[in-house]
Design a protein around this ligand. Sequence first.
Ligand code: NDP
Length: 245
Amino acid sequence: MGLDGRVALVTGGSRGIGAATALRLARDGADVAITYVSAPDRAAAVAAQIEALGRRALAIEADSADGDAVVAAVERTVAELGRIDVLVNNAGIWLDGPLEDVTREQVDRMVAIHVTGAFLASQAAVRQMRDGGRIISIGSNLGPRAGAPGITLYAMTKAAIGGLTKGLAWDLGNRGITANAIDPGPIDTDMNPAAGPYADAQRAGIPTGRFGSGGDVAAMVAHLAGDAGRYINGASLVIDGGVNA
Ligand code: NDP
């Protein structure tokens, strides 16, 4: 299989897109570490599923808002699984509402998780990565196009993923390491349930008329992580059923 012998770390791998990605990378042959912050049972269940596929798994409690914890998660992955070839910066939170109501604490936490955490994880990972390494970061289609009021903070932090990715592409290309972002649209997860109160309004703006699945995003992660993705670098790939079109 394409990722045999490789090791991946997926931040926020206990649920949703991260869990689907961790399982997909394991199915493609990788040993996989995941981080989580609030759901140890869900993380343990994902780790058990990875092991049932015949791969090694590691579930690490690490709040992505805590830079030291993020760096420690990368180092523990290398210490226990032997190397790191693929980093998926996925951990994320949602917040919307009137601009005037956003607190300083909410700004600091979202920037810490989406931006600083992704930067520090990438920096720590590339210290260990060899030729063929991959940094894949989950942004949002609301980064390149906010498209609605009430999401300035979220859109700002997700747009930063595009800048992180372009910078990394230049920093790491000469080492044979690629960096790319995936910008999903509505994906059916706990964060954005397809049966939730805001789902119909979103569906009205999706040309394909339906939410995507975690597996839809995971398939792109797998493509980027594998050898077939080796010439894709510095890209932000929108997977949103056509919303931003
Ligand atoms: P979910 O809420 O379903 O899952 C979030 C995951 O991130 C969980 O594993 C959670 O861990 C983890 N997580 C949250 N905060 C932290 C933290 N501080 N430190 C470590 N882990 C954390 O979200 P999705 O799967 O929907 O979202 C995944 C990513 O995709 C996010 O970055 C999100 O912004 C992005 N995205 C999602 C879209 C959607 O429509 N669903 C659309 C576009 C982008 P735990 O289980 O322990 O709480």
